[in-house]
Ligand binder design. Structure first.
Ligand code: CP
Length: 326
């Protein structure tokens, strides 16, 4: 009730009163109980969708994209609309972030927005935004983390197991990247056992602290034995082998070809999955014929579209928690 009244105040008044500003840069910065709560809230929001209509009335989310997006853009905007709020989309290249500092531009945005969601290339830039912000900042995917995707992934697994997520066995096959870091940090809180099959692992891409936490919890296994990793998995997950901003860039052709040669034995295909009942996951966008064979995308074992759909409710839960403390 108090929170509801608080949110009817102008952004300026809210900023002055707000003593409990919380952001989502990655799950590793949230306590375990808050992560479990975010998952439960995602399930509630999904199943009691109409009960949350109007919860964002009068609130604006500003979305800032330095990279392309389909799901993040659509699901945040649809989420705000369904909750009775409004979303403004900014393409970085069309803003004055290109001329001024992240600090100054962010401080301005917070004079109009109730929340910011940013897809920035660099985590350092995102942290600069977080430092300057007087409203919640949500990471819409940076070079190190993709927390919104990870919550949608966990919601998908929880639904598939009738809510019993603890003990689920998830095998990720691919490059060690931002998806992996966020899966690692959310898994430790939710009791998910993660097996990583990552032939390409650049140390600058690995959140070693999060990795150590999962290792110490006894929930992380790392191997290049793809057959055994699939044999023991409930879920098999893959992602692009090359950062999406480089995928169609001819200047990265040499690196792309090198990665494809190395990674092709780690493709999810019918031969790999022939003995397995594991569900197939992918965060999308899909590159058929690379990390996953085209016929696997819509196979009976695939839950890829459910996973992508769940971005909507996961992010509604994140926004409701950050803005209203639900
Ligand atoms: N998975 C994901 O973030 O999709 P988009 O890049 O299309 O937003």
């Amino acid at each position: 009730m108090v929170k509801a009244i608080f949110n009817t105040f102008s952004p300026l008044i809210r900023r002055k009163l707000n003593r409990s500003l919380k952001h989502l840069i990655d799950w590793k910065f949230w306590p375990k109980e808050d992560i479990c709560h975010a998952l439960e809230l995602s399930q509630t929001v999904k199943h009691k969708r109409w009960e949350f209509q109007g919860h964002m009335q009068g609130n604006t989310l500003v979305m800032l994209f330095q990279k392309t997006s389909t799901r993040t853009r659509v699901s945040f905007e649809a989420g705000m609309s369904e909750l009775g709020g409004h979303a403004i989309n900014l393409d970085w290249r069309a803003t004055n972030f290109t001329l001024s500092s992240i600090r100054f531009e962010t401080k301005y945005l917070c004079r109009n927005a109730a929340m910011l969601m940013a897809r920035l290339k660099s985590n350092a830039d995102l942290l600069e935004m977080e430092q300057a912000a007087s409203v919640p900042v949500i990471n819409g995917c940076c070079n190190l983390y993709h927390p919104c995707q990870a919550l949608a992934d966990m919601l998908t697994i929880a639904e598939d197991r009738d809510g019993a997520i603890s003990g689920a066995k998830l095998t990720y096959i691919g490059v060690y990247n931002n998806i992996v870091n966020s899966l690692v940090s959310i898994s430790v809180a939710l009791g998910v056992h993660l097996t990583l099959v990552c032939p390409i692992r650049d140390s600058a891409s690995v959140d070693e602290e999060a990795r150590q936490r999962l290792l110490q919890a006894g929930q992380l296994k790392e191997t290049l034995d793809i057959e055994s990793a699939v044999a023991e998995a409930d879920y098999v997950y893959t992602d692009t082998w090359l950062d999406m901003e480089y995928f169609n860039d001819p200047s990265y052709d040499q690196e792309k070809n090198k990665r494809c040669d190395l990674m092709l034995p780690y493709q999810i295909n019918s031969k790999l999955m022939r003995q397995s009942q594991a569900k197939i996951m992918h965060d999308m966008p899909i590159h058929p014929g690379y990390e996953i064979a085209e016929d696997m995308v819509e196979s009976e074992q695939s839950i890829i579209y459910d996973q992508a759909e769940n971005r909507l409710d996961a992010q509604k839960a994140i926004m409701l928690h950050l803005l209203h403390g639900l």
